[in-house]
Design a protein around this ligand. Structure first.
Ligand code: C2E
Ligand code: CA
Ligand code: CA
Length: 683
């Protein structure tokens, strides 16, 4: 019996296992209930080869969750003669968890009854691991491909779409099933796809690369035919030896929309939809200089009152109303613009401004229409407007009309009587305009670093160069050098003096740092305007700027004019004391020309007085020299240093030296010179 079994068993072993290495085999003899394992099967279970294993033991190697399944398969084979194949996990004798594949086949006798089950048994742990990795890698790549915001479309060399990600689906509105297998031309409008095909063909034929790797803006087409701008870049990839093309697509519609929106916002007023001031400016600058135009500016009187009384929403409605009325009036295409809150502009080109009478008639009509009651939410608002106008002149650019009209408007408001004022050239107007233009240009000039700082040397009683005064110059882009007398007052009035003053301090610190590499004893004096001196952050900013340039403060002199003495004296006392404690010297500039309150000077901690050049020049006449003498003596009595400016010749120098002046500045020694020329004097 045993003999017969083993003969048959061997036979079936050979048939099933077929000499495959590493694959184990097993036989279950249903009559004897015995189980036979091949060596490989023992090895997979980490069991010694001489051990007898029962059916239950064999099944118990499987992890509990698989055991029912294994039993079902086994009994189906033994009872119903059904073969089986399954994959499951076992825990080996050494407690190693392994994936195995078990294949069983019942052997039937002549009556068709199963007498044994034979099987093969394979350790597939490694295969499983590889598979898991592949699956997870593929999933990973797919996730990347799907989550990129750019559309990805891969085609073969014939342009047939092979793969297509979800971003592409949302760009083109075709889903993956609709797109894959179709020609890429479904994603482009006809003329683009013809061109695309020609490009691709040319590239494949000649290798001449017009599109690969280079992104281009092309038109794409969505399902349904909507055409849109897209950015396409194509890369070539080899798949199974065949070239494929991977297109990366970005939908540009949104970006274009945003760009248009930004462009719009920079040229239009969001609230009324009218062109803004900057558009008005460029409109006028592009307008043919030979066309006669009138620029009219309109201001709603006391508009703030409406805002304060009724709030933002209501006052915005008023603005909208005014804008609409203007638009209705200017139906012939006159250029209308809205400036700051309550200010509008009209450029009249047509017969509406052909002559003075015509212009007056036009403006009266505008005024009448704008001042009609404005009914908002059942409530009447009454507004009045002030109007200024300017008519173009052949010699001057159209853009100059803006400030002229503004000036005229100013005049209308002042007079309170007329319908409007037309700008007329008067000296006073010209002056205001000049100041206005200078201020605008100075603002830009400061931003564009057009300020340069010259140095004028100061010499001691022995003729030694000991110091210099920092003097600002405005170097226009065309090379023109403008002297401070032409812009310091405007800078003061407009507040630009703060920016200017900061630049002066910065420049002083930088120059001192460089000068001290040659001669560490030289000091510099910088002019500081009263408003700059009194500003809260003045001391901090000087400290910071000098620290940043690694320069000590004890070689810095601050020149302030006598006018400063008229300001808050307690504050002044505190500031001068603080500055002196920091090592900074304070010099009273233009001494003798203004508010000379000796009492006050005495109470302040200052270092020197600087005699104005107008006094220096009088030193040759008797009266003048008496005055000078008195000034020097006053200074000496207060133990102050005495500096004289405007020293133009040897006589000046001689007299002043005899009087006891310590330091001399003027053309006799040197005019103010550029920094690099000053450095040459030191070397
Ligand atoms: P200031 O402080 O009285 O400066 C002296 C002015 O007299 C300088 O004119 C200088 O060039 C001129 N000057 C010096 N020696 C002679 C001379 O021997 N003969 C003649 N005829 N003139 C002489 P500048 O540079 O035109 O400055 C004019 C004014 O501008 C200065 O008067 C000062 O008040 C102001 N300034 C210059 N730079 C600055 C600055 O950076 N900040 C401030 N706040 N003011 C400045
Ligand atoms: Ca000065
Ligand atoms: Ca002076």
């Amino acid at each position: 019996m045993t003999y017969r079994f083993s003969e048959e068993a061997k036979h079936h072993f050979a048939e099933v296992v077929d000499n495959v290495a590493k694959i184990g085999g097993w036989v279950s003899d249903l009559a004897t209930q015995r189980i036979i394992w091949s060596n490989q099967t023992y090895a997979i279970h980490d069991v010694q080869e001489d051990e007898n294993i029962s059916l239950d033991e064999a099944i118990n190697f499987y992890l509990p969750e698989y055991r029912d399944m294994v039993r079902e398969h086994y009994f189906a084979a033994t009872k119903e003669g059904k073969p089986f194949l399954f994959e499951a996990q076992i825990s080996s004798r050494k407690n190693h968890i392994k994936w195995v594949k078990s294949h069983g086949k019942p052997i039937l006798n002549d009556q068709g009854v199963p007498t044994m089950v034979v099987g093969i048994f394979e350790d597939i742990t490694q295969q499983r691991k590889n598979l898991d990795r592949i699956v997870s890698q593929q999933q990973f790549l797919q996730t990347i491909v799907d989550s990129t915001l750019e559309g990805l479309v891969a085609t073969d060399k014939y342009g047939v779409i092979k793969s297509y990600n979800s971003a592409a689906a949302s760009i083109f509105n075709y889903d993956e099933n609709e797109a894959v297998g179709k020609n890429i031309s479904i994603l482009m409008p006809a003329h683009h796809s013809t061109r695309h095909n020609a490009y691709m063909k040319n590239y494949q034929d000649t290798g001449i690369n017009k599109i690969i790797g280079i992104g281009r803006e092309v038109m794409g087409m969505k399902k349904g035919g909507e055409v849109f701008p897209m950015f396409l870049s194509i890369s070539e990839v080899l798949m199974q030896g065949e070239p494929h093309y991977l297109g990366t697509i970005r939908d540009l519609s949104k970006e274009k929309e945003n760009a248009e929106k930004i462009e719009w916002l920079s040229n239009y007023d969001d609230q009324t939809g009218l062109p803004n001031r900057s558009y008005l400016q460029s409109y006028l600058s592009k307008l043919d200089a030979n066309i006669a135009v009138s620029v009219v500016t309109i201001n709603i009187d006391r508009f703030r009152r409406i805002y304060l009384a009724y709030g933002l929403a209501q006052s915005n409605k008023v603005i909208k109303y005014v804008a609409e009325r203007l638009q209705a009036f200017c139906a012939q295409g006159e250029f209308i613009s809205r400036d700051i809150v309550d200010r509008f502009w009209i450029v009249l080109k047509h017969d509406k401004a052909e002559n003075r009478d015509q212009l007056t008639a036009t403006i009266s009509e505008i005024k009448k229409q704008l001042e009609a009651p404005i009914c908002i939410d059942g409530y009447n608002h009454y507004i009045t407007v002030s109007i200024g106008a300017a008519v173009s002149e052949p010699s001057s650019p159209h853009t100059a009309l803006l400030s002229k009209a503004e000036l005229a408007l100013h005049e209308t408001k002042r007079r309170k009587t007329s319908i409007y004022v037309l700008y007329k050239h008067t000296d006073e107007h010209a002056e205001i305009l000049d100041a206005y233009n200078t201020e605008r240009q100075l603002r830009e000039g400061i931003e564009n670093n057009e300020l340069v700082f010259y140095l004028q040397p100061k010499h001691d009683r022995l003729g030694q160069l000991v110091s210099a005064e920092v003097l600002v110059r405005w170097q226009k882009p065309d090379g023109q050098l403008i002297f401070p007398d032409a812009f310091i007052d405007i800078a003061e009035e407009s507040g630009l003096i703060h920016q200017l003053g900061r630049k002066a301090i910065e420049s002083t610190a930088q120059m001192l740092a460089e000068i001290h590499t040659i001669d560490p004893n030289i000091s510099l004096a910088v002019n500081v305007s009263p408003s700059q001196f009194l500003s809260d952050d003045f001391i901090d900013s000087v400290t910071d700027i000098f620290a940043a340039n690694h320069v000590k403060l004890d070689k810095l002199t601050i020149e302030v004019t006598e006018n400063l003495l008229a300001s808050d004296f307690a504050l002044l006392k505190e500031k001068t004391k603080l500055l002196t404690q920091m090592g900074i010297k304070i010099s009273i500039d233009d001494f003798g020309t203004g508010y000379s309150n000796l009492q006050r000077i005495q109470e302040l901690t200052i270092s020197e007085i600087k005699i104005d050049k107008s006094f220096t020049w009088k030193c040759l006449d008797e009266q003048g020299s008496k005055l000078l003498n008195a000034m020097v003596n006053v200074g000496k009595s207060m133990h102050l240093g005495i500096v004289a400016e405007g020293v133009e010749n040897e006589q000046h120098l001689d007299i002043l030296r005899k009087m006891g002046v310590d330091t001399f500045q003027g053309y006799y020694y040197s005019k103010p010179i550029p920094f690099k020329d000053f450095l040459k004097k030191l070397a």
